[in-house]
Design a binder for this molecule. Structure first.
Ligand SMILES: Nc1nc2c(c(=O)[nH]1)N(C=O)[C@@H](CNc1ccc(C(=O)N[C@@H](CCC(=O)O)C(=O)O)cc1)CN2
Ligand SMILES: Nc1nc2c(ncn2[C@@H]2O[C@H](COP(=O)(O)OP(=O)(O)OP(=O)(O)O)[C@@H](O)[C@H]2O)c(=O)[nH]1
Ligand SMILES: [K+]
Ligand SMILES: [Mg+2]
Length: 459
């Protein structure tokens, strides 16, 4: 969808199907006039005369005077609404039939069905929120745990926007000093002491670096941290997956090579999503399908952040170096399984790296909480406080990276004693990329289209 900014009054169902109550949202300059035509209040008042933000009880009736539902409606008057436009919310009984009838009636009376995200898009276009806040609305709806909720809530409340605005003010200060100097270039005056400019530019660069670096954590929290369960056949990988998920997702059997396809599912540990990936056991085999499964094991191993390498026997030194070779760059946890049957130690001196070692019995559910906290520790997440700004959005990350390049050229330029007009160009570039995040810069319809089309209808 490309964005349509036609100012027509739009309507959509704002709630999910199947609830006790269904809310239809109507927004646009004719919202109140249109709903007035289909709504009969018990008081008999015309909606045009009703005070803003009041709730009325009454009936929605169609053109023939047939009652469709007994409803409550809420009236908002521009600019005091979510979208900044006149808006009405119609609370109906949650029947799909009723809700569709009311929507069709609204459309016959002059509304258009809203596109996904169009209410929030209008809130953005009407200055109710900036673009990063609008994106936070979608993240908030999608949030599934404390961490993703907190990050989205902070962004919605404008913590990120505030930091960006501070950065932009600093940049504008440098830019205006330099540009003022250019205006007086024939008089050889210096308004902007170069060492002072350099300090400012360095502090901007540092701040942008912190924001960009936070993306690693932000992205991990938002997408979930992937944990691959790897090991030889029959060591108990699928049994472990089932115990972690508290659900019998994977087939367990005493037959070697039971798991062929990769099985993935997510659980929360201390409010963070971890995505567990059970894989085909590694062994030499002539079974073509099993070999395809083992290939996938290696693919999953390469993309995982954390690896649980499951063993149930004392590994030989060769096996240890093989494991170390394969998990290079990953957080490794050695899981010694089946301690109900046999226990052994892993001599420290045979390891080049010193992995975390957890002893469990997957079958008898022994030490699973200990393993979970080891996994949480391995994720190495910083403690996130209420007001911390953490980037979770790749669009923001890209814009910050470009802004960083701009400010670095400025720093380099100051060192090289470049002229003011060259510095100014790079400063403007940096400013432009920061404004892209909040949508202050001219944002193309294509960009808006991609952002809002990922919203649900009615948002
Ligand atoms: N029924 C209902 N519940 C909802 C929403 C909604 O639109 N309708 N929201 C939608 O996402 C969220 C709440 N967000 C909202 C944000 C602003 C305004 C609003 O009317 N703002 C006016 C008045 C503010 C005020 O009274 O101080 C304004 O900004 O001028 C409404 C809801 C979640 N719950
Ligand atoms: N005694 C004991 N047996 C276990 C334990 N964990 C798993 N097993 C058994 O080990 C056998 C293999 O378990 P699976 O979970 O299928 O092993 P896997 O690693 O997924 O095997 P593949 O998918 O074939 O690679 C089954 O018979 C399990 O019941 C344990 O902690 N103790
Ligand atoms: K098995
Ligand atoms: Mg298995």
């Amino acid at each position: 969808m490309s964005i349509l900014n036609d100012h027509q009054t739009i309507c959509a169902l704002a709630t999910a199907s199947g609830g006790a109550i269904g809310i239809i949202r109507v927004s646009g300059s004719d919202a109140i006039t249109i709903v007035d035509k289909i709504f009969v209040s018990t008081s008999g008042k015309s909606l045009e005369n009703v005070a803003a933000r009041s709730v009325l009880y009454g009936h929605v009736t169609n053109e023939n005077g047939t009652t469709i539902d007994e409803t409550l409606i809420t009236i908002f008057r521009a600019p005091h609404s979510y979208t900044g436009e006149n808006s009405v919310e119609i609370s109906c009984h949650g029947s799909d039939f009723i809700l569709n009838e009311v929507l069709r009636l609204l459309i016959r009376q002059g509304c258009r069905q809203a596109f996904p995200g169009e209410f929030t898009q209008r809130a953005f276009l009407n200055g109710k929120m900036d673009l990063s806040q609008a994106e936070a609305v979608a993240d908030l709806i999608a949030s599934t745990n404390k961490a993703t909720h907190q990050l989205a809530m902070g962004q919605l409340r404008g913590y990120f926007s505030n930091e960006l605005n501070e950065l932009r003010e600093k940049l504008l200060k440098i830019t205006s000093l330099i540009e003022l100097e250019l205006d007086f270039s024939d008089q050889d005056v210096t308004f902007a002491e170069r060492s002072e400019l350099l300090q400012l530019a360095l502090s901007i660069s540092d701040k942008i670096t912190l924001l960009t670096q936070s993306f690693e954590v932000g992205n991990a929290i938002k997408s979930g941290i992937s944990v691959a369960i790897i090991g030889k056949t029959n060591v108990g990988k699928s049994t472990l997956l089932n115990k972690l998920l508290k659900e019998n997702r994977a087939i367990v059997s005493e037959i070697h090579g039971t798991t062929r396809d990769v099985i993935e599912d997510t659980i929360q540990i201390s409010g963070i999503n971890f995505r567990f990936i059970d894989t085909a056991g590694i062994r030499q085999t002539h079974d073509e399908i099993e070999n395809l499964g083992i290939e996938r094991t290696y693919q999953k191993l390469s993309t995982a952040t954390i690896v649980l390498w499951v063993i149930d026997m004392q590994p030989t030194p060769d096996e240890i170096s093989e494991i170390e070779e394969k998990v290079k760059g990953k957080k490794l946890i050695i899981v010694i399984n089946k301690i109900d049957r046999n226990q052994f130690t892993l001599p420290i001196d045979t390891w080049a790296i010193s992995p975390t070692v957890i002893l469990i019995s997957a079958k008898y559910n022994t030490n699973i909480p200990q393993l979970e906290s080891a996994i949480y520790q391995a994720a190495n997440l910083p403690e996130i406080r209420e007001n911390d700004v953490i980037i979770t959005n790749i669009r923001h990350y890209n814009a910050l990276t470009h802004a960083q390049e701009g400010i670095n050229r400025v720093i380099e330029g100051i060192h090289l004693n470049l002229s003011g007009d060259l510095l100014s160009e790079d400063l403007r570039e940096c400013l432009h990329h920061l404004s892209e995040i909040t949508g202050g810069a001219i944002t193309s319809n294509e960009v808006l289209g991609t952002i809002f089309s990922h919203f649900c209808i009615g948002k």
